[in-house]
Write a protein that binds this ligand. Structure first.
Ligand code: 5GP
Ligand code: MN
Length: 319
């Protein structure tokens, strides 16, 4: 542990923690583990955590009910943590970040150049929670923190399945389950379980998917009308792009959902033949080599055509 997180916070009276908009398991786990850790280790400090309301599936994590999603006026924080993103995706927490005396950025996105006064950005590490694990003193970890960290690791590695899983990831996973939380239930309830409508809309998106570039790419999208019909929100669409990526012969899976009249949120999942982060970098997005995303303007077909140019260029150079 080359850099000491507690040392950095030891004189702080007010500490804030924020993460990205539409927080996923890694973001929620990273924010809550640091929150629980700081509350325990620095009892004299007031620690707060701000996030857009996370999905209810994470409600069993300790500290979940203390997450502030109202983003009210606050005195400037002595230290503000930006977790699992840079300041561009902080959403309503941005004001706390900007006003804070000291900013600390902890992340694993290759597109993040570091927005804090102190930055721990490890693009080779599979999850922000794995980065956080290395910053916390093991003797001070407890079951609740372990459960939060484990949640982030399983969500960003697809339960130790993606290529971002290393021997070290497994070692950390092994240590964490040693704290004795109910990990099979955590995996089932936060990762695999879907509601009936989530499953229905996934089925529809899979059925309407289209392959192109000689079957190496696949795309599917959901427009606003369909989302309204099924009464689903963006958070209900997770997992569709992974399912598309699982199809034999696919090097690049694209999933889009409509966010405005001429605006789509894009998710990309790729094989080693396509660098997803490179593709979305042309559209102001970010992420990782195999999984990335961005927001694009235009019709569904405009978005797909514009993405295709960059995907095709990579596939051609790859052969
Ligand atoms: P997903 O497709 O699951 O939304 O995101 C895949 C990865 O890309 C995640 O690591 C996520 O943080 C990143 N990502 C998705 N959308 C965006 C975006 O609009 N901007 C940036 N910088 N990263 C994104
Ligand atoms: Mn992450």
């Amino acid at each position: 542990m080359e850099w000491n997180l507690l040392e950095e916070c030891k004189d702080a009276k007010r500490i804030g923690i924020g993460g990205h908009i539409r927080p996923d398991g890694d973001c929620v786990g990273a924010c809550l583990s640091v929150y629980l850790y700081l509350k325990k280790c620095l009892p004299q400090a007031k620690v707060r955590v701000f996030l857009e309301k996370p999905e209810e599936i994470f409600r069993e994590l300790a500290g979940f009910d203390e997450i502030d999603s109202s983003f009210g006026e606050e005195e400037p924080f002595d230290v503000f943590f930006v977790m699992d993103c840079a300041d561009d995706r902080l959403g309503d927490s941005l004001k706390y970040f900007q006003a804070a005396a000291k900013r600390i950025n902890i992340d694993h996105h290759i597109s993040n150049k570091g927005c804090g006064d102190f930055n721990v950005i490890r693009p080779r590490i599979g999850s922000t929670c794995e980065v956080v694990y290395d910053l916390l003193e093991e003797e001070r970890l407890d079951r609740n923190m372990a459960q939060a960290l484990y949640t982030g690791i399983i969500h960003d590695t697809g339960i130790f399945q993606y290529s971002n899983t290393t021997p070290r990831t497994m070692e950390i996973g092994a240590k964490l389950i040693g704290y004795g939380f109910d990990f099979p239930r955590l995996i089932r309830e936060t990762f695999y379980q879907k509601t009936y409508v989530q499953t229905q809309i996934m089925g529809r998106a899979l059925m309407e998917s289209i392959r192109f570039m000689n079957g190496r790419c696949i795309v599917s999208g959901v427009d606003r009308k369909t989302m309204e019909f099924y009464n689903v929100e963006p958070k209900d669409l997770g997992g569709i792009v992974n399912q598309l990526r699982n199809i034999e012969g696919i090097d690049c899976a694209i999933f889009l959902y409509q966010t405005d009249v001429l605006e789509y949120k894009v998710s990309l999942r790729t094989s080693e033949k396509v660098n997803a982060a490179e593709v979305v970098s042309h559209f102001g997005g970010g992420g990782h080599d195999r999984a990335a995303g961005c927001t694009m303007n235009g019709t569904f077909h405009d978005c797909v055509n514009n993405l295709s140019l960059h995907i095709e260029a990579q596939l051609k150079s790859e052969g």
